[in-house]
Design a protein around this ligand. Structure first.
Ligand code: KIV
Length: 285
């Protein structure tokens, strides 16, 4: 069994120039296969609200729901470092509930860390959660839980002022104690400026090739999501098509009585069958 990755391992990999491969996972089999393939960090993202639960944003998913998926993922993982997303409004109102809610992902979900979106009022909560002994990953740029304020899934930091704000957010999150930051949907030119100003790894999703690692939503790379697919996604498979074709073949087999065939059928011992038939000849039985 390969050793479980730790934060020092991940930092060491970045120091020696190795890119970190991250993916989301929400269920046991996906976690098992990602882990076997050698993924470094698995994020149980609140994107599951859209990819798995069919909501049209990440807002509706709750901590109780996230915990079911987090537990399934951590049961399947031997090596990868597992981060769980804290859902909408579970860490923004006050420090105590932020610590308690974060603690549930570690204690009940068996995650290695939590991820919080944004900076500003989130920074003191990050510090308190880290002080309570829970590792935190930051998330800046396009933060989907604030989609109402951001006005849609738009690229962030495209102008000098907003770019400087993102650099400042990254610095403040580092000061608060995050062990890494995800930068989502920002111009690739901005990523090196952020990296140069913090000493923790900056992983990208739509942040260009210079990030210390890349994360994508697993349903997007597998071709399993039918909603909006951003420019930064690379589709590695079309499992949606494979699933539909497979379901079609099954339906046809059932309709045409070509499933089950003899190889999928149980048989009764001939002698037992004969005895049964003799017995049932008498209609009163
Ligand atoms: O919820 C999620 O999947 C995420 C990634 C897009 C970074 O936050």
């Amino acid at each position: 069994m390969k050793n479980k990755l730790t934060i020092p391992d991940l930092h060491e990999m970045t120091k020696r120039g190795e890119k970190i491969a991250l993916l989301t996972a929400y269920d046991y089999p996906t976690a098992v296969f990602e882990d076997k393939a050698g993924i470094d960090i698995i994020l149980v993202g609140d994107s599951l609200a859209m990819t798995v639960l069919g909501y049209d944003s990440t807002i509706p998913v709750t901590t109780d729901e996230m915990l079911i998926f987090t537990k399934a993922v951590t049961r399947g993982v031997k090596r990868a470092f597992v981060v769980a997303d804290m859902p909408f409004l579970t860490y923004k109102t006050d420090v105590n509930s932020a610590i308690r809610n974060a603690g549930r992902f570690i204690q009940e979900g068996n995650a290695d860390a939590v991820k919080l979106e944004g900076a500003g009022i989130v920074v003191p909560k990050v510090k308190a959660i880290v002080d309570a002994g829970i590792p935190v990953m930051g998330h800046i740029g396009l933060t989907p839980q604030s989609i109402g304020v951001l006005g849609g899934y738009k690229v962030q930091g495209t102008k000098k002022e907003s770019a400087l704000k993102l650099i400042d957010d990254a610095k403040k999150l580092e000061e608060a104690g995050v062990f890494s930051i995800i930068a989502e949907s920002i111009p690739c030119e901005l990523t090196p400026f952020i990296k140069d100003r913090v000493s923790i790894p900056v992983y990208g999703i739509g942040a260009g090739a210079e990030a210390d690692g890349q994360i994508l939503v697993v349903h997007d790379i597998l071709g399993l999501f039918h909603g909006f697919i951003p420019r930064f996604v690379k589709k590695y498979a079309d499992l949606g098509k494979t699933l539909e074709d497979t379901f079609n073949r099954y339906i046809n087999d059932v309709k045409n009585s070509t499933f089950p065939d003899d190889t999928q059928t149980y048989h009764m011992d001939k002698k037992e069958l004969h005895t049964l038939k003799e017995y049932l000849k008498d209609k009163t039985n």
